[in-house]
Design a binder for this molecule. Sequence first.
Ligand code: NAI
Length: 706
Amino acid sequence: MNSLVRLTKDNDIAVITIDNPPVNALSPGVPEGISEAIQQVNNDPSVRAAVIIGGGRTFVAGADIREFGKMTSGKRRGAGLLPLLLSIEDCSKPVVMAIHGTAFGGGLELAMAGHYRVASPDAQVGQPEVKLGLIPGAAGTQRLPRLAGVARALEMCSDGKPVGAAEALRIGIVDRLIEGDLLAGATTFAREVVGRPAPKTRERSAKLGTAAESAAAIAAARESVRKKQRGLQAPLAAIDAVEAATKLPFDEGCRVEQKLFTECLFSDQSKALIHVFFGDREVAKVPDIPKETAILPVRSVAVVGSGTMGGGIAMVFANAGIPVLLKEVDQPALDQGLAKIRKNYVSSVQRGRFTQQFVDERLALITPTFNYDKFGEVDMVVEAVFEGMALKKQVFQELDRACKRGAILASNTSTLSIDEIAGVTSRPESVIGTHFFSPANVMRLLEIVRGKKTSKEVIATCMQLSKKLGKVGVLVGNCRGFVGNRMFGPYRREAQFLVEEGAEVEAVDNALVAFGMAMGPLATGDLAGLDVGWRIRKEYRHLDKPGVRQPIVEDRLCEMGRYGQKTLAGWYRYDEDRRAVPDPEVTALVRKWAAEAGISQRQISTSEIVDRCLFALVNEGARILEEGYALRAVDIDIIYLNGYGFPPYRGGPMWYADTVGLKKVYDRICEFREQHGELWEPAPLLKRLAEANQTFAQSTRDQGNT
Ligand code: NAI
């Protein structure tokens, strides 16, 4: 046996313990160790049954995800669990799988190869491979329908959601729940089944039914995937594999599963989703901020302003159990803010997300105020007043006077310089940007903006706090628009140019939705309010370069009072339920304004729409990366996935560009430069990488940042 698997004996019961902390992943060595132990069980006449159990806090939480990358890059051959699972099933003595913690992916596949399964009441089982763009690859799609029935197997393999132990017992995955000591219970169970014929899962057929009986469930599962998991290939492949179980003998079904698994493993979608999986963890690491950096306590906070953002931010803190002082200027503004918070909570209760008791407790954590009297007590303040430098400066001077030394002073500004704001205080090291996204209580992204003087402790605290708040914190530098909005500018600019050049509003949005974006860029403008950008543009007009083309339509729509959804008219017209309807008036106006501006009209293909919008995004991303405002390409990806509705199966904009090939992206951008002028100047980093035949991911690795 190797060090990852231990074989001990409790009289006549062999106990095989998998010991590969932290989660007993099926890394190389683990299957081999189990296989050897099973052989010994077969050969040892004093052993009458075996229990397989996980050491530490869990059974087997799944495959070792790093192994997938090694398989696709040819560094390792397939995991090859299938023969091991057959040998367990063919063991001459009953094998009882004892599950605590989680049995996910390969873990559940391993468990299903046992003759029996017992579980702790709080254990969970599942086939979450689809979340990585994969399907079960060790007969999970063949054994699960034999245990749980076709309908549940379809669901579990295609949505990837975990199933609790009680439910697993009810549907037949687990044979008994064990309260108290799992190993003792499993050993007792093993003694009970000694001498009885041990059921092999692969030979069970009672729950499989006939192919004809399953056809309706399979069709319904495909339909549900197309609706709920738009664009994803793996859930459909998982359904195909389960369907094979209903039509073919076990061995042939396994071959179908293998083929589908391999296709998924080598797909761009799976590579992208695995990139995202590691990216989520990667962004927490900041090269110049060591792990040991002191974390400041954040036991209570204050939020200044209870508008769209302030109210949501107050909820975020309250939801995490942190008391919040909420400051407003007058009673009507406060009443409005609190009413919106209550309305949000009421709908959370109605949707079953929170209980009434939870909501009552959260509301009790929010204390309204009109002054700074109690600000001296809080550990952190998040300012969310109107966007305007003069007002922000005034508020930060007031905070500087009111707050204790060491308190974190954060601004939620989306466009203003954190350094300029910090400059009016006597403690710029305590000032930082915490850029939440709207609606703040829903969106997962938190851009954490590092000012020139922000201290490492303040940064480390905010990064850690983001986790406590249920957010993905990504550290960015202090440039205009920071990372997300700075890139969103050119993206939306191109969407507007395309309409001016002859594309229909809907065609632009539909092309990007078909690409996988949660929403089209023009509909997004209507949702956020076209007036927001209009106000900002008016403030910064003096910075526009003369002679460089600017979008013309949104300013004029705003001048007509068409601010988007809030006025029931923007790029689209909206009915009372806020459903968008294309507006022929907008099309006619755009044609007229374009003609006046001398912009000629033409047919525009879907691929041009996608390339122009996305490559504008990528080109700006490359600039940001080179200028150092994002730490790594993956940070930009994580920002877009969590804040801008970018489809995870494309891995984020920078990963997408890597997938297309930077040479191709660069060439296309050069074409656009020819056609549309200097706005399309390729980013120097993109040019260099394209010429060196490299990727953004590589370039970041080479800098030693990962
Ligand atoms: P808002 O207009 O909805 O709310 C601002 C609130 O601040 C108002 O209720 C106002 O009464 C209050 N206020 C003004 N001066 C104050 C003072 N001295 N003390 C206390 N309260 C004061 O604005 P919104 O949209 O919530 O924006 C707030 C900040 O968040 C801005 O910096 C904005 O750029 C940023 N932001 C906005 C996003 C959005 O989607 N609306 C997204 C991300 C950031």
